[in-house]
Write a protein that binds this ligand. Structure first.
Ligand SMILES: C[S@@+](CC[C@H](N)C(=O)[O-])C[C@H]1O[C@@H](n2cnc3c(N)ncnc32)[C@H](O)[C@@H]1O
Length: 223
């Protein structure tokens, strides 16, 4: 289906169709999602995708334990419900003011006192530094090691930067530590720290490695 559509549509039309499909999924979640959701689970994963975690409540738009649009400004959970919230490579899909900040405030409300939030996302600073120092060739090598059948053909390497900024219209923002710290603090979080994937997996060994420190920023903050 994907190959057929790509052969019939221009790249721009194909991207717009994907965005329309994404918006349709979000709309479907909005009309079907429960207003309140009670759970015994204490660990929440936002945007679980193909990586659901056992003994966690895995939330995504489709095929998860609880299908939700996490960008509506409200989450259906009780105050202080969770001890930990993890979200890997999801927040770059949200607009900052209308979607990400309200989500963080809801995460803060839903976490217990002392509860921890872990976020990872492409690192604006690493990507920009890689462009200046290596025209992104180092990041291309890193991605090829992680995704062997991915390549950019003969396009010059700096196009990687365009790709990571828009990812076929899916990405809305990249973050560095300062911007993420501001967002988390604005939502009420304390002790925002840069961390890495090793720390996250040591704290929660059930989380499979993405091996993506090279291009990602990981942060941890507490309520
Ligand atoms: C790049 S994938 C990352 C998946 C997984 N966390 C991982 O590390 O492999 C981004 C995920 O975020 C989900 N997502 C994006 N926007 C969302 C929204 N508004 N509500 C719920 N899920 C969303 C997508 O459906 C997708 O599964």
């Amino acid at each position: 289906m994907k190959t057929y559509l790509k052969s019939k549509l221009s790249m721009r039309q194909y991207e717009l169709l994907r965005m329309a499909a994404f918006e349709f999924k979000r709309w479907k979640c909005r009309v079907t999602a429960p207003k309140k959701f009670a759970t015994e689970l204490k660990q929440l994963q936002l945007g679980s995708g193909a990586r659901p975690l056992k003994h966690w409540l895995n939330v995504d738009m489709i095929g998860s334990d609880l299908n939700l649009d996490i960008a509506t400004g409200s989450l259906p959970f009780a105050d202080n419900q969770f001890d930990v919230i993890v979200s890997q490579h999801v927040i770059e899909h949200l607009t900052l003011e209308d979607e990400f900040l309200p989500l963080l405030k809801e995460c803060h409300r839903s976490l217990s006192e002392g509860g921890v939030i872990w976020l990872s996302t492409p690192d604006l600073e690493k990507v920009a530094r890689s462009y200046v120092d290596h025209k992104n060739e180092d990041m291309i090598t890193d991605r090829q090691q992680r995704i062997p059948d991915w390549n950019m053909g003969s396009i010059p390497s700096q196009h990687f930067m365009n790709d990571i900024f828009h990812q076929q219209l899916e990405h809305r923002n990249l973050f560095d530590l300062e911007l993420l710290t501001w967002c988390l603090t604005e939502a009420g979080f304390k002790n925002v720290q840069r961390t890495d994937e090793k720390d996250l997996v040591e704290a929660h060994p059930e989380i499979p490695m993405r091996n993506d420190d090279y291009q990602s920023i990981y942060v941890r903050a507490t309520k």
